[in-house]
Design a protein around this ligand. Sequence first.
Ligand SMILES: *Cc1c(COP(=O)(O)O)cnc(C)c1O
Length: 360
Amino acid sequence: MINVTKTYLPPQDRYLAILNRAWQKGWITNNGELVLELETALRQTLQVPHLLYSSNGTVVLQMALKSLGYTSGEIITTPYSYVATAHSIQWEGFTPVFADIDATTYCINPALVEAAITPRTRAILATHVYGMPCNTNALEAIGHKYQLPVIYDGAHAFGSRWQGKSLLSFGNMSTCSFHATKIFHTVEGGCIISHDAKLSAQLEGYRQFGHKGDDHYSIGINGKNSELHAAMGLAILPDMPALIAERKQLFEQYEQLLQGLPLQLLQPTAIAGLDWNYAYFPVLFDTEATMQQVKTALETAGIFPRRYFYPALNTLPFYGPTAACPIAESVASRMLCLPFYNGLDAAVVERIAAIIRDCL
Ligand SMILES: *Cc1c(COP(=O)(O)O)cnc(C)c1O
């Protein structure tokens, strides 16, 4: 069985050697040595001083939204993302207001963001879909003009560089997920990046129930992560450049084998200023029927692509009445992410491409 993704695992002895340090100390969570070391390594790798390692990519979205200081209002967001983006908004008591996406980058369209601003708007929450950058210049200019924080859900963005720096270093805050299905992972995990010491201290407080010892200074939640998780991150982090290089080769192999077919692929090299992380291999078909036909043919062969992201979030019934987002709805209905992971066999890529070619 070939799935859309397969978790990269480091050499087991490397992981165990790192984990052994926690064992020796008898300290396995609450800001242990390995968590602190991973945080330092991530700050250096991404060149962001205020990064907090956390338990997952959802709780950091909730913390970012909590830090806005409101209990109601509207957050303008994308209909084309994983459900965690919009769920976090609703979970924190805000109303998600969906602004449609750009048809080529699949990221939120800044002109539609600006058109959606009302006196109740509290922030903009945009996703760097597939690790491709949002139009950060336009979004941040809008944020500046209307005094609205810009938050990025960078769950896919680890390893992408944009305009000379990490894609996770943009906006007022950026979050990332280190879930086992993501390009860099710590089994479960995530982080939040901010750009001033005061906000970072506030987020750090949220991460540990809003208190340090007997000193209680805000409400909080449990956003901490453990030594077992941090050890996985420390074991994988040095491999990241080689892992991304291998993914680039797989991408180019798929690209070549699918050439000339009526489908649309990501064009990372056409975007000036982008050094992409090759996180996913999404294929946009002309119609939903074609997408379904390909999906069924692959499944019959024991290959399981995924409909990332389906359905468009504005069509879910959880967020109250929402405006139509025709581009996101159309893209969501026709997109299929093909198996794409480190260790994927070149012969399997050939088989997948052959099946698609047969269908089309
Ligand atoms: C995976 C993902 C999340 C959630 O991350 P978890 O670590 O699984 O909580 C949020 N947003 C997007 C876009 C994601 O892909």
